[in-house]
Design a protein around this ligand. Structure first.
Ligand code: ADP
Ligand code: MG
Length: 727
């Protein structure tokens, strides 16, 4: 008997939902364990409070003496929340979060001790973090790196630890994390967008990018997950026959949430409330055992931190409920995978969403300006955006059978398309008074009405305008949002910067009025960026052909897609916008290529192991039973056995064929791995992609066939139907 599988199944049958106690209204719990403005007012001196607020708003430096005051207040607050330790909490280039806890506890001689936490420890630390990926940065320069406090993301107490969000940089200044480039990109977009806003409103002094992510995930019983080596080691199933019932009845989507899952969600939401993560929406997703959680959007840096924190909290809370969370983009073949839509917009410090039309023609011209510039930026940098979502696991979504496709396009809906078509006809140079009035009343003036009844939704577009924000749909569910957010905000910053220059030239040299100049430049942008706009079905084959005709890229796998990161254009862009140096860009590229290669390598090894050590021995056992049966029949019936044992003999032959298939394919795959291991960088990643990975499907084919043939009683691996329909 395959004990592990059946023991696990037995365990799951006895599960009961945990009782979750509501500790108060969500609004009362919200931010209780966050050192937010409210807590700072209570625990900091006036000077210390002001200094932190200035750092948040204007990026001003915090004086060392003041840092001591802040740390003292922060410590007192954290201890009142039950904290015994503190840690700098950062996001190295593994994509996950990192922490190293130190106790507040210090000895002070004579056998006595006290709780201590100085300004120095708050502001800067030097974790021995030499084992994080650095893409060569720490080899070529100095080997040391340090973490530095990011006051724009508030400290929080999680469990018994005070967590202080920090950036992670080398002593030579290069960023070793995801957060430092993101902060620089947000600064760049703030500068550029604020300058453009001044055309429309002199009172704007800051523009924040906002992000609202939607996290999709699978929940699998932990005992079942632990009985599958592939889930344990790779986060996905590498084999497993499709169950008779999958998602074809659409009976899970938005359905009633199963009790055990509901109890998990409530527990999780309570934790999120305490940590200040503003989660709001929960529902069943399309695939069985797939769910989604979404917060209220926030300033992008904070939203990125909150998503990283959330993923960690989700795993921890899941343990209490005997669940395993799968963040992988494609844990199961044949049913939907998971993404993490990034809803993005820009908002001014005066409270205006720049991607939401306003009440006056001038406000609408401002909307159009940001709207058209966004489209233009995506048009000019489509390959760089594609690269921002590329990973071994997301390759199963983008450019595979499941959308969004690997082709980047922008969807804006038929009505806004009509507006842009009209604007294409704006006269070159000065506009007549009639044309101006017509534009204001009939085109720009009509936008709010248009959007009110704009229910256009296109689920197949990787970058869709949804009324007051763009939704970046290609981001993978396991990704750190910092990567895509850095790219998007950098290209928008660059675009807005160029736009400002061009408009100013028209005003100064062609004697155009401000709005005339804006219309003139927008007209050109609309024409130039037309090919990126697509309103049709992004999943269809017709679009692939059409996109090719239009000259859009279609980089279907990670090694292909990542190339765009190290083009001259990309280096220049990051350098000009002060987001990353060439060294920093190259380091990230190297790390991502390596990670791709390593993930495929691990999957190949795990698949080879399962196929050889689990599937084949089981198949042979079953085949032996059949052989015994056949020889028994022969003993009893003599020559007549052939008729009586026809089915069994056929099965014995089929099993042998599949065993042979597995053996030859696993051998061939191992040979290809050996060859690939002699290569480096791009070549290695390509070899793994093109020569190793194709064997996965072939090996899986034989294993899945055997799953159907072999006695269920001895099959060792938890089956799809058990993974997907136990809850
Ligand atoms: P859906 O796209 O699934 O229909 P919604 O449109 O309600 O759902 O919003 C999804 C996400 O978009 C939520 O996380 C929400 O907070 C976020 N969102 C809404 N407005 C903005 C905005 N201006 N900027 C960024 N995110 C936003
Ligand atoms: Mg959405």
């Amino acid at each position: 008997m395959s004990t592990l599988r059946f023991n696990a199944l037995k365990e799951t049958l006895n599960r009961k939902p945990l009782e979750i106690e509501e500790k108060g209204l969500r609004s009362e719990l919200f931010g209780k364990n966050v050192f937010n403005e409210h807590a700072m007012l209570q625990h900091l001196t006036k000077d210390a409070y002001k200094s932190v607020m200035n750092a948040i708003e204007f990026g001003s430096k915090i004086d060392r003496k003041i840092a001591d005051h802040i740390s003292t207040g922060m410590k007192a607050w954290a201890i009142s929340k039950g904290a015994t330790h503190y840690t700098h909490w950062f996001q190295p280039l593994t994509g996950a979060t990192a922490e190293k806890h130190d106790a507040f506890f210090e000895t002070i001689g004579n056998g006595r001790a006290m709780e201590k936490f100085g300004g120095g420890q708050l502001v800067q630390q030097e974790p021995d973090a030499s084992s994080f990926p650095n893409g060569g940065i720490r080899n070529t320069f100095e080997a040391r790196g340090y973490t530095a406090w990011d006051p724009t993301s508030p400290a929080f107490v999680y469990g018994t630890t005070l967590c202080i969000p920090t950036i992670f940089v080398a002593y030579t200044g290069e960023a070793l994390d995801n957060k430092a480039p993101l902060l620089r990109a947000l600064q760049a977009v703030d500068n550029a967008a604020t300058a453009v806003c001044k055309y429309f409103d002199k009172n704007v002094s800051k523009v924040n990018a906002s992000l609202g992510w939607e996290q999709e995930y699978f929940l699998i019983d932990s005992a079942l997950a632990a009985a599958r080596p592939d889930i344990t080691l790779t986060g996905r199933t590498l084999l497993g026959h499709s169950p008779a019932k999958g998602q074809q009845l659409d009976d899970h989507y938005f359905g009633s949430i199963p009790n055990r899952v509901m109890s998990y969600m409530r527990d999780l939401e309570n934790e999120c409330m305490l940590l200040g993560i503003p989660v709001k929406t929960r529902h069943n997703e399309v695939a069985p055992n797939q769910f989604e959680l979404a917060p209220i959007f926030e300033e992008a840096n904070l939203a990125v931190d909150h998503n990283s924190l959330l993923m960690d909290v989700m795993e921890k809370v899941a343990q209490r409920h005997q669940f395993k969370v799968l963040f992988h983009e494609k844990p199961f073949a044949g049913i939907n995978g998971s993404g993490k839509h990034n809803n993005w917009s820009l908002a001014t410090n005066t409270g205006v969403n720049l991607l939401s039309p306003g009440k006056t023609p001038m406000k609408n011209l401002q909307f159009l300006t940001f709207f058209v510039n966004t489209i233009k930026a995506v048009h000019d940098n489509e390959e760089l955006i594609r690269a921002a979502f590329a990973s071994a696991s997301n390759d199963h979504r983008l450019g595979a059978n499941e959308a969004p496709p690997a082709i980047i396009s922008v969807f804006i809906g038929s009505q806004l398309s009509a507006v842009l078509d009209e604007l294409e006809n704006v006269t070159k140079g000065k506009l007549s008074p009639e044309e101006k009035t017509d534009l204001k009343l009939n085109i720009v003036g009509k936008i709010p009405e248009i959007l009110l009844d704009n229910t256009d939704r296109n689920r197949t577009s990787p970058f869709a305008f949804t009324g007051n924000k763009f939704e970046l749909r290609a981001v993978g569910s396991i990704a750190n949002c910092a990567g895509p957010m850095t790219v998007l905000n950098t290209i928008i910053a660059k675009q807005l910067k160029d736009f400002k220059v061009e408009v100013d030239v028209l005003i100064a040299e062609k004697d155009l009025k401000k709005d005339e100049a804006v219309f003139n430049i927008l007209r050109e942008y609309i024409k130039d960026s037309k090919k990126i706009r697509f309103e049709g079905n992004g999943y269809g084959e017709a679009w692939e052909k059409e996109a090719k005709k239009r000259g859009l890229s279609n980089n279907k796998n990670t090694p292909e897609a990542l190339k765009a990161q190290i083009s001259k254009k990309a280096f220049d862009l990051y350098e000009e916008m002060d987001v990353m140096s060439k060294v920093e860009v190259e380091a990230r590229h190297e790390i991502e290529l390596d990670e791709y290669m390593l993930r495929i390598q691990i999957e190949g090894r795990v698949l080879g192991d399962i196929a050889r050590n689990h599937v084949i021995p089981t198949a042979i056992r079953y085949q032996n039973t059949l052989i015994e049966n056949v020889s028994g029949l022969k003993n009893i019936f003599g020559d007549d056995f052939k008729k009586l044992a026809a089915e069994q003999i056929d099965l014995i032959e089929k099993i042998s064929e599949h065993i042979a298939g597995i053996n030859s394919k696993v051998n061939a795959m191992t040979e290809e791995r050996k060859k690939a291991n002699h290569l480096k960088g791009q070549k290695a990643a390509e070899a793994y992609c093109n020569n190793v990975r194709p064997y996965f499907e072939e090996i899986r084919y034989h294993c899945d066939k055997l799953e159907l043939l072999v006695d269920d009683n001895i099959w060792p691996l938890v089956k799809y139907r058990e993974l997907l329909f136990t809850r």
